[in-house]
Ligand binder design. Structure first.
Ligand code: GUN
Ligand code: FE
Length: 434
């Protein structure tokens, strides 16, 4: 027997940028979830009821059921660093971020923050997140524990840096190796927890540290690698000066074996054609963080240039340069940024980027990102009934696709009624954030 959830079901089944059969919306739909937490069947309400007559039914009324959102990039130790001052990336790192990250040396503080961080993501409908961890081992353990308890799918690792920051945040390659290997071991035995080797960015890392990251990635093929690239012009120029022997920014990472199909590069705004061609060849993924990019004045992401080369693109909030935690709101911001670049996105493109597209960027498309049978039942309930303006606005739409477009711009985390991970209620029906 199954658990059946009813509502309007919306998901993207293929790549709309590659002209695949994509958006599916089923009004009066139902989602049957088996005992192991996986999608059993999706369809019209009555057909699903007939297929599994003795099931528990959870009726979500007119609410929409949408695959769990995938946040491809954010920073755990910046949980309380949102909306901080800074004159561009490098000044913001020095004056807002590094002091905030240093406070995660306090284990009790980090434990409380980890609990709230994970609950906050779930309350926004995020069921999978790729996260920069703390520089402090115990703070990462706290994050692992909070993630395991909640069931969220987390890809994370210790943020590594050995230069250009306050000494308390710095560890040499030698000092980093043992804690990282321990954390990699812990991820092996925890469901839905994956390790990402996390050199902060080229300016924080000596060649010796980047070399260690390359060795770790090679030695542990199940791990990911995450870092930043070409976020601001000032940063890119500084990297050129710091690594004069590299052809370009990507080449710094590439020279140490860090650019693979398991690699996620955040930002990629000022990336050259030569770098884009190499990204495509190496099959790495890129994370677009439009709120952060506007907040720091970094630039307008060239989405089309990445997509035409077949580079996989995920969406990210990049908290704390991002000022909010909702990947859904990030989609509305992405739409506006692409408008400024003469790139018109529709509802299907947007939903894809935050769900199946993000899953593909993380190599998790067999597990998450859509309601295909056999995938993990990760979804959230978007419930706008209590919002009389939004209900009236949707009532004036011609069709469900137009309604989805409205929801993408007008709904936010306050409309997330509940979030389920692997079939289990992970964030309860609650309209106020924890
Ligand atoms: N580049 C290096 N570190 C960071 C960070 O913490 N946030 C952002 N947005 N860019 C970075
Ligand atoms: Fe970032």
């Amino acid at each position: 027997s199954m658990t059946i959830h009813t509502g309007t079901i919306a998901h993207v089944r293929g790549d709309p940028f590659g002209a695949e059969e994509a958006l599916e919306i089923i009004e009066q739909g139902a989602l049957a979830i088996d005992r192991s937490g996986r999608i059993g069947l999706l369809g019209e309400r009555n057909a699903v009821f007939e297929a599994f007559p003795n099931s528990e039914i959870i009726d979500h009324g007119n609410a929409w059921l949408i695959p769990g959102l995938i946040d491809g990039h954010l920073h755990f130790p910046q949980f309380y660093a949102t909306a901080g001052p800074g004159n561009g990336l490098l000044d913001w790192l020095e004056n807002t971020v590094y002091p905030a990250e240093a406070s995660f040396a306090d284990e009790l503080f980090a434990r409380a923050a980890a609990e709230r961080f994970v609950r906050h993501l779930l309350a926004c409908g995020t069921t999978t997140a790729m996260v920069f961890g703390s520089q402090f081992y115990d703070a990462n353990l706290a994050l692992f524990d909070a993630a395991a308890r909640s069931g969220i799918r987390l890809i994370t690792g210790m943020t590594l840096m050995d230069r250009n920051a306050p000494p308390i945040l710095l560890r040499t390659a030698e000092q980093s190796l043992d804690p990282v290997e321990k954390l990699i071991g812990l991820c092996r035995t925890t469901p839905r927890l994956y390790y990402a080797i996390t050199p902060r960015f080229a300016l924080s890392c000596s060649p010796a540290l980047l070399e260690m990251c390359g060795a770790l990635l090679k030695c542990h093929p199940e791990t990911y690698l995450q870092t930043h690239i070409n976020e601001t012009r000032t940063e890119t120029a500084a990297v050129r000066a710091a690594f004069p022997r590299s052809r370009h920014y990507l080449d710094v990472y590439d020279g140490f074996g860090l650019i693979t199909e398991r690699t996620m590069l955040a930002h990629s705004i000022h990336t050259t054609d030569a770098e884009l061609d190499r990204m495509a060849e190496a099959a790495c993924a890129v994370c677009h963080c439009p709120t952060s990019n506007a907040y720091l004045g970094s630039g307008l992401f060239p989405l089309q240039k990445h997509l035409t080369r077949g580079i996989r693109v995920a969406m990210g909030t990049d908290v704390g340069a991002g000022t909010q935690f909702s990947v859904w709101r990030e989609l509305s911001q992405a739409y506006k940024v692409q408008q400024l670049r003469d790139c018109r996105l529709d509802a299907c493109h947007l939903l894809y980027l935050a769900t199946l597209g993000g899953a593909k960027a993380l190599g998790l498309e067999h597990e998450a990102g859509s309601f295909e049978t056999g995938k993990s039942a990760d979804f959230f309930v978007l419930d706008y009934e209590q919002d009389s303006y939004l209900a009236a606005r949707l009532g004036r739409c011609e069709n469900a696709m137009d309604q989805l477009f409205c929801l993408l711009h007008l709904a936010d985390e306050r409309h997330v009624g509940a979030t389920y991970v692997h079939g289990r209620l992970a964030a309860p029906r609650n309209r106020s954030l924890p």
